[in-house]
Structure formats: C-alpha cells, structure tokens
Write a protein that binds this ligand. Structure first.
Ligand SMILES: Cc1ncc(COP(=O)(O)O)c(C=O)c1O
Length: 439
C-alpha cells in the first residue's frame, strides 16, 4: 500500500511542519501502541469492558462496548488530534510508511486474517464494505448475482442497488429447509443446484444473525472452484470475525466484508474488506481514496490512474473519525493476545451450555444448529405462545439484555460472548425457563 504522498507533497511548508513536530506529540501518538494488560483469564478480559453491571449483556454482538485498550487508544489519538489536528493527521495519513497509522491498522488486521496488509481495505461497516464490493464488480446486463433468503438487509440491498444500476439481476434461494437441522451436504448441494450459466457472483453470510447458523464457507468455496466457470464468492463475515477460530484469508471467500465493531471490539464505525490482489484488480472504485499515491499523482497530472485497482484504491477516502479507525489496531492486538483458538473455545463453550439448557425446555424451539461446527456465538429461539418481542421484554425486566433478529421472520436471540460467564448463561436459562412457564 503506497500511502505516502510525501514525495509528491515535498512542499517546503509541509517539510518544515513535520520537521518541527513536537516531541511530546510524537510520544503521544506512539504511546497508543502501549502494552496490553494481562488477558490470560476471562475475568481479566471482562474487566476491560465498562458495561453496566446491573445488566447481563447477551446482545453485545450488536455493537461493541469498547474495551479499555481500545478506549485508551481512542482517547490518546483524540487528545493528540485535538491538540494538533493538522500535524497529527498529516503525519499519520500522508507521511512515510513508518508513521502511517492506517497502514499499521492494515498490518494488525492482516496478521489476524492470515493475509497481507496490502489485501486489507478499511471501511466503516459491513454495509459499506458490501456496497463497495458489489458496486465495484464489473456486472453487466444478463449477469446474475445469486444470494440466499437468509442474508441481512445490508447484503440484499447492496446486491439490489448494484444489480439495478448494472441492469443485472439478483435471485434468492433457500440453502436449507430448517436451520436447526441443516447439514453441510444440504447447504452445498442446494447452492450448487441453483447456479446457472449467468451466475457471476454468489453472496452469502458466514454466521447468520437470523438463526445463528454458521455456513461451511470452505466447503462452499471448494464446490464453487470445481465449477467450469466459478462465480465470485462474496461473504458477509461480520458475526464470524472475532468469534470463531478461522484464517479468513485462506477460507475461500473472494471478498470478505465485515464490520470490526461487533465481535472484534474495535471502535464503533470501523470495518474491513479482505480480498487478494487478483480480486481487488477486478473492481472499479466507487469513492475516491486518500490512501493510494498513484491515484493522487494521476489526478495531479490530469490522467487516469495506471494499473489495476487494489485495496488502497478501493478504500473510501475523505477525512473520517480517524481516532476510531486508528484505534482498530488495539482491538486486533487484544484479540492476538487473547489468542483466536481460546476466544473461539470460550464462546463455543458458553453457547453449547445455553443450547443444552434450552433443549431441555419443551416449549422452546431452537433455530441454531447444536453442532459447534455449524454455529458460532449466537443462539436464536422461540418460546411457544410468547412473541420474540415479548421474550426480549421479559428478559429485560429481569435485567437480561437480549435481542430480536431484524428479519421478516424474527426470533429471540441470546449471544453469550467474552463479556459473559457460565454463571450468567445459567441465569439467562433460568429466566427463559420462567418465561416459558417451566419455572
Ligand atoms: C449479518 C449482518 N450483516 C451486516 C450487518 C450490518 O453490520 P454493520 O453495522 O457493520 O454494517 C449486520 C448487523 O448486525 C448483520 O447482522
């Protein structure tokens, strides 16, 4: 990622400004990479969150509470920018790579994803990433984007808007008859059977926020690669990233879009898209970037940028809430310290505990598969005779924060995560038992 505009902007004023950059300011910015606390036990991890202790928080996947390392990084950058907005932003965005903070964020994210920094584009949400990818694809009249009935509003709308603009079409299929009993063969088989010669792109969701099912992305990608003309695979990965033990860059998605403000605990208003160089090169940028030197040079020389698109060229520019974007690195560092397998095991254990308890309640119907391989961090369920909205209300009356799934058919959801304990899961189970009338 050639972020530095310094060679181009070697105007005396800019050089003079950076040469005079005050030492304390540099130290303030550098201090944001300060060492993390000991996160080797889950109570220490829970202690990083400023969540209201009066509630049990089982909907924290919706939008993250910032943990201390992220809060501190955010505050540090905010203070530095409030003190010296021009000097800090100019240096962090447009000077040499060594001081380039978005590049540092991409490097941390790439380490977690198992890819390269140049493959990561920073966005502000899953929604923005999906929109950039679908609008960037070279869709034309007659092309089809195949998606499923299970995906989120943001995904379907990104496809609808992009296909409408390109005079292409979209089609939705069901991958399974019942989420709770779906199998890998059923999912892969249904998708394979639905692909037509016009299908250029397949858009799916890794972990469904409707039912909690986790799709077997590796198996799906392998099936697609075996087709005579493999369609591109776009994955909405937001509820898998930070909740499962996966190496995203090797999973088989051509475009992986995710917000980092849910399970990753990065600042609100942050996200990313990962793709390899060949797939970035297929796209047409939608928003001018502030991150690629070639785009800037080409503009200054009044010519189109040379070479294919890449992650930097696809990254939406404009001045943003930079402190939020830069503090993403602290969240990735925190996850690295907690270790991906440990995080996933903890989340799986509490979700298993919840599913086992719910399965014992006759009036409860679960929509999330019992198998850990086909689920992740959230459990969707119904109680016979009680609406999902009422379930959530009655849980809240017991100081348990749950949510309903925002889909045409809605379920109640409990999502045990790193902010919870097994004892809290038992308490949530007791509450559901009472609400179901088995108290
Ligand atoms: C599956 C899924 N995709 C996308 C989104 C939107 O995420 P973002 O706020 O990062 O755009 C959500 C919201 O929770 C979701 O559940």
């Amino acid at each position: 990622m050639a972020l530095s505009r310094r060679h181009l902007l070697a105007a005396p004023a800019t050089l003079a400004a950076t040469a005079l950059l005050p030492g304390p300011l540099l130290a303030a910015v550098a201090a944001q990479t300060s060492t993390l606390p000991d996160l080797s036990d889950w109570e220490a991890v829970r202690a990083q969150f400023a969540l209201d202790p009066a509630y049990l928080h089982f909907a924290s996947f919706f939008i993250a509470s910032h943990p201390t390392p992220v809060r501190e990084a955010l505050e540090g950058y905010r203070r530095a920018m409030d003190a010296n907005p021009f000097l800090v932003v100019e240096r962090a965005m447009f000077e040499d790579d060594a001081h380039n903070l978005p590049l540092q964020v991409c490097t941390e994210a790439a380490d977690y994803l198992g890819g390269e920094a140049v493959e990561v584009s920073l966005t502000r949400s899953t929604t923005e990433g999906l929109a950039l990818v679908y609008h960037g694809l070279p869709l034309k009249a007659g092309d089809e984007v195949l998606t499923t009935v299970h995906d989120h509003y943001s995904h379907h709308e990104s496809i609808r808007l992009a296909t409408t603009r390109a005079n292409a079409s979209m089609r939705k299929i069901a991958l399974f008859a019942s989420s709770a009993t779906a199998s890998v063969d059923e999912i892969v088989g249904n998708l394979k059977a639905a692909i037509r010669p016009a299908t250029r792109v397949v858009g799916i969701t890794w972990v469904h926020s409707s039912t909690g099912i986790r799709l077997p992305i590796r198996e799906i990608a392998a099936m697609l690669r075996g087709l005579p003309s493999p369609p591109l695979l776009v994955v909405d990965g937001v509820h898998g990233l930070g909740a499962t033990d996966e190496t995203v860059a090797t999973m088989g998605a051509d475009y992986f879009c995710a917000g980092t403000h849910k399970w990753m605990f990065a600042p609100r208003g942050t996200g990313l898209v990962w793709a390899n160089a060949a797939n970035w090169a297929r796209l047409q940028p939608l928003v001018p970037n502030f991150t690629e030197l070639e785009s800037y040079k080409a503009w200054a020389e009044d010519r189109p940028p040379s070479g294919p698109a890449n992650a930097a060229r696809m990254t939406p520019g404009g001045f943003h809430a930079f402190e939020h974007q830069w503090a993403m690195a602290a969240a990735f560092r925190m996850h690295r310290q907690m270790q991906r397998p440990r995080v996933a095991a903890r989340i799986t254990a509490m979700n298993d505990q919840l599913k086992q308890g719910l399965a014992r309640l006759p009036k409860v119907k679960m929509h999330t598969p019992r198998a850990a391989a086909l689920s992740a961090g959230l459990v969707a369920f119904e109680i016979d005779g009680v609406s999902p909205t009422d379930i959530v209300k009655q849980l809240l009356a017991r100081r348990i924060v749950a949510s309903t799934s925002p889909y045409a058919v809605s379920y109640a959801r409990l999502a045990p995560s790193l902010v919870n304990t097994p004892a809290e899961v038992d308490e949530a189970l007791r509450a559901v038992r009472e609400i179901a009338g088995n108290g």
